[in-house]
Design a protein around this ligand. Structure first.
Ligand code: FAD
Length: 465
């Protein structure tokens, strides 16, 4: 097999790697991308997209079940719904196929060479790829490490049998009768909520004394309330310890050292993801690490000249849009453009029920940063659009500097508010002040009016509350 020489080699075709390679190809850089599995990485194959497909199917099922049980005030009657999860999975797999084929097509269109196989570094300029037909050596002027992340395993409850990660959970073709979810981060709660809506008896076990520890309690309270309404049991401050396949029980201990068990046909372990830094020759390189992830500067440069790292392998926040933004930037830097990585405002969305959206600083984070800030919330109960959607729980909260009213954070919790996330990020990115948001004419009736009202309220004169 002939050796390949190129200007840019990207390892990993997840959202970070494939975006980097496409942009590099568009800029005329001779680019090769290596992927061991399928293009699209975690996000398209076993992450963002399939999980949102499952959540949508579960929402539809729950809506019909509410109509059938007479739990809706809308005056709609329906038959009790049935779920054929195997068909849902087929539908989800079709979406994944369309998107991953799309990525292959875009790489091709940008003139990027795709090598299928596992890459390992020999040194900072050379990589060997184990392909189906033998070893391929690739020499590159610049290399981007975009190897992503993998699920963390819990000691005593390793993956296998009925203990599954989010990847296996997304492929289940029947709804487990009793599902235990270990870890109340966003992945565990998104999937736990979906399975509860599909009819599973769900118990969530979390070691910390709160759910969704990345968000403050004001934001997570409506989610916890809804979980209770859906019949999900949430146990916080407990440590899951062992699963018995024969008895189908998960044992756990609480803070006082007392032990108990919960029955579970499946145990979904979602206790976090770790940067994928193993088995690709990290030891052959002289990279500075920051704990478990590769250390990078504001240009995504590592400690080695010509070696960049992007996406989950560079640590938190492990989000697809962060990886994509870094990938696009690195391609432009390699092409000689002046770019830098601005981590100031990466929006995050938690697709629970209700959804949580956050951009910039929360009131607590602003206080910790020593910023004199003011904030106010506007409840969705006072928003006409939420009433017409039949869901009024949640609110929008704006955080702004007290002196010049610069908006430094916007958060919200509510049904179907994920689409507001880019509004929030845009306002902060553009340096909006409370007056800019308050004086922008917002279409009526929309959820976004709650953002305008929270700005008005922070200024002391909300109109609709
Ligand atoms: P990845 O997507 O992990 O891609 C890395 C790729 O590199 C993989 O395809 C892997 O096969 C390949 N690779 C690794 N090592 C090698 C090697 N040595 N040789 C060749 N190939 C290699 N994020 C969001 O923003 N929104 C969401 O709603 C969301 N939902 C999620 C739901 C779930 C269930 C999960 C698990 C994750 C979710 N995420 C979400 C996180 C998101 O998927 C990741 O942040 C994103 O995929 C990271 O992109 P990446 O390019 O860094 O790595």
């Amino acid at each position: 097999m002939r050796d390949i020489k190129c200007q840019l080699l990207v390892i990993g075709a997840g959202p970070g790697g494939y975006v980097c390679a496409i942009r590099a190809g568009q800029l005329g850089i001779d680019t090769v991308i290596v992927e061991a599995k399928k293009p699209g990485g975690t996000c398209l194959n076993v992450g963002c997209i399939p999980s949102k497909a499952l959540i949508h199917a579960a929402d539809e099922h729950a809506r019909l079940a509410d109509y059938a049980a007479g739990r809706s005030a809308l005056g709609i009657r329906a038959e009790k719904p049935a779920i054929e999860l195997a068909r849902t999975v087929e539908w989800k797999d079709g979406i994944v196929r369309r998107l991953t084929n799309g990525v292959s097509g875009l790489l091709k269109k940008a003139g990027v060479k795709h090598v299928d196989g596992w890459a390992s570094f020999r040194d900072g300029k050379t990589v060997r790829v184990e392909t189906q037909t033998g070893m391929q050596t690739i020499e590159a002027d610049n290399i981007v490490i975009a190897t992503g992340s993998t699920s963390v395993e819990l000691p005593g409850i390793g993956f296998g049998g009925n203990v599954i990660s989010s990847t296996e959970a997304l492929g289940l073709t029947t709804v487990p009768k009793r599902l235990a979810v270990v870890g109340a981060g966003y992945i565990g709660l998104e999937m736990g909520t979906a399975f509860a809506k599909l009819g599973a008896e769900v118990t969530v076990l979390e070691a910390m004394d709160c759910i969704l520890p990345l968000y403050d309690e004001e934001l997570t309270k409506p989610v916890r309330k809804r979980l209770e309404k859906l019949g999900v049991t949430v146990l916080t401050g407990v440590k899951a310890e062992r699963y018995s396949e024969s008895a189908k029980t998960l044992s756990y201990s609480n803070g006082d050292g007392k032990s108990d068990t919960v029955s579970a046909d499946k145990v979904l372990v979602t206790v976090g993801r770790k940067p994928a830094t193993e088995s690709w020759g990290l030891e052959e390189l002289d990279l500075s690490m920051d704990g478990r992830h590769i250390a990078i500067d504001e240009h995504c440069r590592t400690s080695m000249r010509g070696v960049y790292a992007i996406g989950d392998v560079t640590g938190e926040p492990m989000l697809a849009h962060r990886a994509m933004a870094q990938g696009e930037m690195v391609a432009e830097i390699v092409a000689g453009k002046r770019r830098a990585w601005d981590r100031q405002c990466i929006p995050s969305v938690c697709f629970t029920d209700p959804e949580i959206v956050s951009a910039g600083l929360s009131p607590e984070e602003a206080a910790e940063a020593g910023i004199d800030a003011r904030s106010a919330i506007f409840p969705f109960q006072a928003n006409g659009r939420t009433m017409t959607l039949g869901r009024e729980d949640g609110f929008v909260r704006i955080v702004a500097r007290a002196d010049n009213h610069l908006v430094i954070g916007i958060q919200a919790v509510g049904a179907q508010i994920s689409e507001l996330s880019s509004y929030f990020a845009h306002a902060i990115e553009m340096g909006a002040r409370l007056e800019d948001i308050a004086q922008t004419i917002h279409a009526h009736p929309t959820l976004s009016e709650a953002v305008q009202e929270s700005a008005l309220r922070t200024l002391g004169h909300a109109l609709h509350i």
